[in-house]
Design a protein around this ligand. Sequence first.
Ligand SMILES: NC(=O)c1ccc[n+]([C@@H]2O[C@H](COP(=O)([O-])OP(=O)(O)OC[C@H]3O[C@@H](n4cnc5c(N)ncnc54)[C@H](OP(=O)(O)O)[C@@H]3O)[C@@H](O)[C@H]2O)c1
Length: 167
Amino acid sequence: MEIVIIAAKSENNVIGRDGGLPWHMPADLDFFNRQIDGCYLLSGRKSYETAQGRTLFKGKAFIVVTRRKDYTLPEGKVGHSLKEGIAIAKRDGAKRLCILGGGEIYRQAMPMADEMIITEIHTKIEDGDVFFPEINLRDWKVYKKESHKKDAANPYDYSFVFYTRQQ
Ligand SMILES: NC(=O)c1ccc[n+]([C@@H]2O[C@H](COP(=O)([O-])OP(=O)(O)OC[C@H]3O[C@@H](n4cnc5c(N)ncnc54)[C@H](OP(=O)(O)O)[C@@H]3O)[C@@H](O)[C@H]2O)c1
């Protein structure tokens, strides 16, 4: 099973602010939806509980990771550690597990991931409160990058950057 991290981050590694995303970038949401098509999904409890999280997971195979023993979900599965979450996806026969954050989960998942698909939002967010871990280019190499200019709907320039693990 392939493990793929999918995230959008600013130039200074911000991924969240006040429990949500610090930007509205419809082009990134479209891209994101294409990337997760066919994936088994995994996220931290906090990201799942955002309005966007709940909408995103509807009707999909997914796992929410929490330390709460009494946590239940109307649909989807619960893992009590990242390792347990990954084991559930494997047991369910997933071919591709997409790790969707947030910050706590990305930090723990990075050493286990095979690929990362990162939207770089070309701005610095000064009041962010959740961060993506530093990407060490001794561990990761970029194999594809697509850059786009801002437009009427998307307020920042952005790039879709595909990383694979260095051999
Ligand atoms: N830009 C992006 O691509 C992106 C993507 C996703 C999220 N976000 C943003 O990121 C923010 C949320 O991130 P966050 O770091 O605060 O929270 P998070 O990673 O979504 O969730 C953290 C929670 O996950 C559970 N958890 C973490 N590690 C665990 C472990 N090893 N075992 C069991 N449970 C574990 C705990 O849940 P319990 O407290 O229930 O025990 C913990 O409180 C939001 O602002 C969201 O909008 C951004």
